[in-house]
Design a protein around this ligand. Structure first.
Ligand SMILES: [Fe+2]
Ligand SMILES: [Fe+2]
Length: 271
C-alpha cells in the first residue's frame, strides 16, 4: 500500500506536531494510519461489488481452465470421460436424444412449458431442439443449432432456434422475458453483447417472425424444478409431423449437414 506522506503528516496536525511526537508515538500513528487505509481499501473494493464476476475476471480464467468454454458437452463435459453407446445404423432424432443429447432435461422442460401454454407446434419444435447442439459446440449455438436442423424442420422453427441466442440478452417484459440473473454469472455482470449480436437483435426485433425466437426465450427456463418429471412422450407425434427424418439415418443422407450429425455420433474419431 502506498502512503501519501503529506496527507499522513497533515492528519497528525502538521510538521510541527509530528516533530513534537516521540518516536514511539509516530510509529503508532503510522500503524493506525496504515490500518485505516487498509480498511478503506477493502471497503472500497467491496462496495459496488456483487456476487457476480466481471467480464475481466472471467477472461482472466481462460488460461487456468482445462477446456475452452465454447467446447460442446461431448468434448468438454463428463460425457467425454465415458465410453459412448454406439449409434444404430440409421439413427433417428430420438436415437440422438437418447444416446448423445442426454441429459436433455432443459429442452424437454422448455418444450413441455410451450406445450402446456398452448404455443404453436413450430415453437414447440424449436423449444425441444433449441440447445441440443451444445453437445457439439456452445459458441454461437443458435446459429449452429439452426444449421443442424434446417434441412429437416419448418422454416419458422429454424428461425426461432437461430435467433433465440441473440434475443436472450434483450428483455421483453410484454412477452414475459426478463434478463436472466444467471447471465451475470456466465457472461459477467458488466457484459455487453458484441456488435453482431446487437445487429442481429435489431433485425429480428423488426422481423415478422420476431415472436417465434422470443417465445423460445420465454420458455427458456433458467431455474428448474429438479423433481419435475419430463419425458419425450408428448413430443413423439409432434416430431413425426414436423421433423423430416431421412430414411438413410441422420448423418448418412448426404445432406449439407450430414457430417455435423456424424461428428455428434462419433466424437471419439481422432481425425
Ligand atoms: Fe440457448
Ligand atoms: Fe435454453
Amino acid at each position: 500500500m502506498d502512503i501519501d506522506r503529506r496527507s499522513f503528516i497533515a492528519s497528525l496536525g502538521g510538521t510541527a506536531a509530528v516533530a513534537a511526537m516521540s518516536h514511539e508515538a509516530r510509529a503508532d500513528a503510522l500503524e493506525d494510519h496504515l490500518v485505516e487505509r487498509l480498511d478503506q481499501e477493502v471497503a472500497g473494493s467491496l462496495a459496488g461489488r456483487t456476487q457476480f464476476p466481471t467480464v475481466a475476471e472471467l477472461e482472466a480464467q481462460i488460461e487456468t481452465r482445462t477446456y475452452r468454454r465454447g467446447a460442446g458437452n461431448l468434448f468438454a463435459g463428463a460425457a467425454n470421460r465415458t465410453k459412448l453407446a454406439p449409434m444404430p445404423a440409421r439413427p433417428t432424432l430420438l436415437d440422438y436424444f437418447n444416446l448423445r443429447f442426454q441429459p436433455a432435461t432443459h429442452v424437454l422442460q422448455s418444450a413441455t412449458r410451450a406445450l402446456k401454454t398452448g404455443m404453436s407446434e413450430d415453437v414447440i419444435v424449436a423449444c425441444l431442439l433449441h440447445d441440443v447442439v451444445q453437445a457439439l459446440i456452445k459458441t454461437d449455438h443458435g446459429w449452429w443449432g439452426a444449421q443442424l436442423f434446417e434441412p429437416y424442420i419448418p422454416a419458422k422453427s429454424t428461425f426461432a432456434i437461430r435467433y433465440h441466442q441473440a434475443l436472450r440478452f434483450y428483455p421483453d417484459s410484454a412477452a414475459g422475458y426478463e434478463y436472466p440473473e444467471l447471465y451475470f454469472r456466465v457472461f459477467g455482470q458488466d457484459y455487453v453483447p458484441p456488435a453482431y449480436i446487437q445487429e442481429t437483435y435489431k433485425m429480428v426485433r423488426n422481423h415478422r417472425w420476431y415472436m417465434e425466437p422470443r417465445l423460445v426465450t420465454v420458455n427458456d427456463l433458467y431455474s428448474f424444478d429438479p423433481k419435475a418429471v419430463v419425458t419425450m412422450d408428448p413430443f413423439v407425434d409432434i416430431i413425426g409431423r414436423h421433423f423430416k427424418q431421412p430414411k438413410e439415418g441422420l448423418g448418412f443422407d448426404n445432406s449439407p449437414v450430414a457430417h455435423i450429425w456424424r461428428t455428434i455420433a462419433i466424437p471419439d474419431t481422432p481425425l
